[in-house]
Structures are given as structure tokens and as C-alpha cells.
Design a protein around this ligand. Structure first.
Ligand code: CP
Length: 333
């Protein structure tokens, strides 16, 4: 495996094979499988789960890892092209990435959306440019429009809970958050659930429609898997018979580069906080999923997060297990 940047790069059977490998490595640990291998981790944005789970995954397979992030760099990293570097930053990403990559056998890169241009972010230009600077296999640890490691972990979580693929109803719901958040998780999630063959409903208020490119990609995946993708602003309609609600906030794509307009729109939507009445017409055992971090009492009520519906901790645990499978395939040869 030369890259793990997008679930769409893999046939359905290959995803199944990775999930089986993750389950095998959980059941039958291989603590020397990646002995002598090194994973370089470049975090241009903050993390808890991704940072810790990749490091733990490498240790559990007998390898090692190192982390570079702007906060710890004594030089300060510049990423703009064609700039005269007469400010604080003393090192450009164009040298930093190949150097970091040269110390490892694969490189994970986290680079969130810059939110300067929607088309650039939909095309994942920043991540593609960074990945192209590395001459080693790359792993997308969350880019402007993708988070394949999270999606693989979420797929595994649903398999473990026996949530049906065909006929399973998956609601991806927008939720209130005081800040305009990136599109990476919702875009990756709607595609993952469609690829899994589920009946996917995107529930969102007016103004927070997912971009056509995101919906078209999900619809193409659904067509191939026998799933379905629709969208609505009607909560009762969306939740009818739902097996899963996956909550996530995202920015308004109508006002993608206009933070004040986005703010004005979302200020009216504080009621989009997932709570028990949302589940009135869902299946009794409908689960609550979220990639974390999550704001309690803002995105979701405490009683949901602390109650039996929530599987957020299992999702996070599965990050390490699926990443072990990805690293094993990428580095063991
Ligand atoms: N879900 C996720 O990627 O978490 P972190 O941002 O903490 O890595």
C-alpha cells in the first residue's frame, strides 16, 4: 500500500480485508511485526486521538514514531508559496516535509482546510501538495475534505455493533457549534456510510447543505454498493427507523469564506443539540456516534453521551486498531 489518503481509493473488498486484519491484530497481537520501522507524523493542526493512536499503534507493532508540529518547532514553519521569508518563520514546508519523510518509512500528515477557497478545499489541494513533497507512503490524518482513518474506525465500530449495511439507516446530522468547523469529517462520513451500502440521510438546516461534489461522491459510492443517499432539514423524517445518528457540525458552504455571515446563520441554530427527543421515532437501539472532540451541552446532551446510545469511546479505540492494520499493510511488505 503506497497511500492511505481516501477510502474511495480502495475497493470494498480491500476495506473488508483491512477490517479483518484490524480484528486479527486485536485478537492476536504481533508486537514485532514492524520492528525497525519508523512512522513520521506531521501535525499542522491540533490532535488528541490521531496523535496518540498512531504512536500507540506503532509501539504495539514493534516500530517507532516521531512527531513534528509547528508549536514544537523552534524555527516556525512557513507554508505559503512564493513568499519572502523575512518574518518569524525560518523554515519552509517545502524543505521540512522531505526532510521529515526521509527519517521514516511512511509519513502521516494532518493539514486542515485553510478555508480561503472552497474549490481548493474540495480538491484537497493543500494535502496533495504536501503529500507530493514526500517520497514515502503517505497517510491522511485529516485534510481539508477527508479523514479516512476516522471513517475506517467508524465502519469497524458499526460492524462490531452488528448495525446492518444493507437496510441500515444512517443519519449524518449537522449540530450546533459556536465555530465554523471543517467539512472533512462530514464529507468522509457520508461517503463511508454510502460505501458501506447504508440508507444515508444528511440532516441539516438550510444554509448548511453539503457541497455538490461531496454529495455526488457519496451517491456514486451508494450506487456501487446498493446504498442510498438523501438529504433533508426535517428531523422526524430523517430519524424515522434510524440505526445511527452521527452528529457533526460544519461550516455553511453558502458562506464558506465569510465567517460573519456563517456566524449570523448558526447563531439561530443552538437548538440543534442532539438529545433524547431526537430519537422519538428512531429504532429503540439507535446509536449515537461522533468522531470527538465533542462539546457537551452544545453538540449533544450529557445524558446521550453518558447513556447506552453512545459509542464514541469505542470509535476512538478503533482508531488505533484500524491504523495498526493500515500500517501493517503499508510497512510490513
Ligand atoms: N477524531 C479525531 O481525529 O480526533 P483528534 O482531532 O483529537 O485527532
Amino acid at each position: 500500500m503506497l497511500a492511505f489518503n481516501d477510502l474511495a481509493d480502495f475497493p470494498h473488498a480491500e476495506i473488508g480485508s483491512l477490517l479483518k486484519l484490524a480484528a486479527r491484530l486485536e485478537r492476536e497481537p504481533e508486537p514485532r511485526a514492524l520492528e525497525g520501522k519508523v512512522l513520521s507524523l506531521l501535525f499542522l493542526n491540533p490532535s488528541l486521538r490521531t496523535l496518540a493512536s498512531f504512536q500507540a499503534a506503532m509501539v504495539r507493532l514493534g516500530g517507532g514514531s516521531f512527531v513534528i508540529s509547528p508549536e514544537m518547532s523552534i524555527h516556525g514553519l512557513e507554508s505559503r508559496s512564493g513568499i519572502v521569508m523575512d518574518g518569524v518563520a525560518a523554515e519552509h514546508i517545502r524543505e521540512a516535509v522531505p526532510v521529515i519523510a526521509s527519517y521514516g518509512d511512511a509519513i502521516g500528515i494532518r493539514a486542515f482546510a485553510e478555508r480561503l477557497n472552497l474549490d481548493d478545499d474540495l480538491a484537497d489541494r493543500r494535502f496533495a501538495e504536501l503529500a507530493a513533497l514526500a517520497d514515502k507512503p503517505t497517510i491522511n490524518m485529516e485534510s481539508a475534505i477527508n479523514h479516512p482513518c476516522q471513517s475506517l474506525a467508524d465502519w469497524k465500530t458499526m460492524d462490531e455493533l452488528a448495525i446492518p449495511s444493507t437496510g441500515g439507516r444512517f443519519v449524518l446530522s449537522w449540530a450546533y457549534h459556536p465555530k465554523a468547523l471543517p467539512l472533512a469529517v462530514p464529507a468522509a462520513t457520508v461517503h463511508m456510510a454510502a460505501m458501506r451500502g447504508m440508507d444515508v440521510v444528511v440532516l441539516r438546516p438550510p444554509g448548511f447543505e453539503l457541497p455538490d461534489a461531496v454529495m455526488d461522491k457519496a451517491r456514486a459510492a451508494a450506487e456501487a454498493s446498493g446504498g442510498r443517499v438523501s438529504e433533508t432539514e426535517d428531523r422526524r423524517e430523517a430519524m424515522e427507523g434510524a440505526h445511527v445518528i452521527y452528529a457533526k457540525s460544519w461550516s455553511s458552504t453558502r458562506h464558506y469564506t465569510d465567517r460573519l455571515a456563517d456566524q449570523a446563520l448558526r447563531e439561530e441554530l443552538t437548538g440543534w443539540c442532539v438529545d433524547e427527543p431526537w430519537f422519538d421515532n428512531a429504532r429503540e437501539d439507535c446509536r449515537f456516534m461522533h468522531c470527538l472532540p465533542v462539546r457537551r451541552g452544545v453538540v449533544v446532551a450529557d445524558r446521550i453521551l453518558d447513556g447506552p446510545r453512545s459509542v464514541v469511546i469505542r470509535e476512538a479505540q478503533n482508531r488505533m486498531l484500524v491504523q495498526m492494520a493500515v500500517l501493517y499493510r503499508m510497512l510490513k511488505g
